[in-house]
Design a protein around this ligand. Sequence first.
Ligand code: FAD
Length: 403
Amino acid sequence: MSPVIESEEHKALRAAVSALGNRYGRAYFTRTVDEGVPAAELWADAGKLGYLGVNLPEEYGGGGGGIAELSIVLEELGAAGCPLLLLVVSPAICGTVIARFGTEEQKRAWLPGLADGTRTMAFGITEPDAGSNAHRITTTARRDPDTGDWLLTGRKVFVSCVDIADATLIVGRTETVSAEEGRTGRLKPVLFIVPRDTEGFQRRRIDMELSAAEKQFELTLDDVRLPADALVGGGTSHAFGSGGEDAGLLQLFAGLNPERIMTAAFAIGMGRYALAKAVEYARERTVWKAPIGAHQAIAHPLAQAHIELELARLMMQKAAHLYDAGDDVGAGEAANMAKYAAAEACVKAVDQAVHTLGGNGLTREFGLASLVTAARVSRIAPVSREMILNYVSHQTLGLPKSY
Ligand SMILES: Cc1cc2nc3c(=O)[nH]c(=O)nc-3n(C[C@H](O)[C@H](O)[C@H](O)COP(=O)(O)OP(=O)(O)OC[C@H]3O[C@@H](n4cnc5c(N)ncnc54)[C@H](O)[C@@H]3O)c2cc1C
């Protein structure tokens, strides 16, 4: 399969998801945002049609495809004005991590529900004092010697959808491993599935200036007691296998590549939606002799936005192709570049779309101004523009580090 020329299957998936997204449309999505409720009807329909779990293994109820297919689903829903952030987290990150590293019991318990959308899982790695530097996370798991249970303590911030997800996949470390990290300075991550209503697992909503149905939370874990099998991969601290010192970290990032690719899809879909609205407006709106779209000062930035979104999609397809082919290292660079390119293209497309509509760009009726902040999310999360530039500076170009 070529990552450059889209296959007939992918075109058909694109068309089918686009039809579903347009059946609901922006008006539906805006209503859910205004009411502060998730887009549950669209989510359920997408689940029934097999779109939510298109990347998960068939034997656990998924579609047997990969991130290439799931990114098409998110991009097309976004282009129809219905971006579902939970797709980035639940099937893409959590589904992938469990499918690749979970025990047989964890796969059976979670994957069918994540695949048809009847169950969802949030993902928490960001911490108040770690932020972009995940090596500094301090959420710690220790073992109760009497029962074998895990006791998880720490804080997380900006974690999306914790209120609606059945559980949150929490990234932490174990005490024994962190002693070793004192020497190596490297995080050896462990991941725990924490059900929403577990005692000691508290959430506080963060008041975001974002027009989105999905909410962000600060989490406090205060000796949260979890059974041994809450640890992804089983009851040892080598949750990600024991292939050397960096294996855990490498495999966490293998799990995070889908997040970057899906954030690219989120951004490209949103950028396409905004651009389409602007083009439609620029074709009609006439204040001199010709529609404003005839003025090159309006037309060229829109053409540029289209080109940049297309280029970003090409890199996203390359990243998805490498990831689905099992090349985690190659996919890492491409996924970072795709996320960078898509976020920049989205921010520019939304900005130009708002400008194209003049005063109407700022009205609620046209609904574009709220995308200005939404577009910025893809520039900050899950990894900021600067951290991607750092990655490319150090990993790709071999430049020295300042930090
Ligand atoms: C809407 C939204 C949803 C989110 N959902 C989730 C979620 O579900 N789960 C989750 O775990 N997290 C989530 N996040 C958190 C997100 O991943 C973080 O905000 C992001 O990783 C940046 O961390 P920070 O906010 O602590 O910024 P900081 O790390 O404090 O960075 C602040 C600024 O400094 C820059 N900076 C930092 N270090 C360097 C450096 N070495 N060189 C140059 N510049 C640097 C950054 O680029 C950034 O511009 C979400 C965030 C948002 C906004």
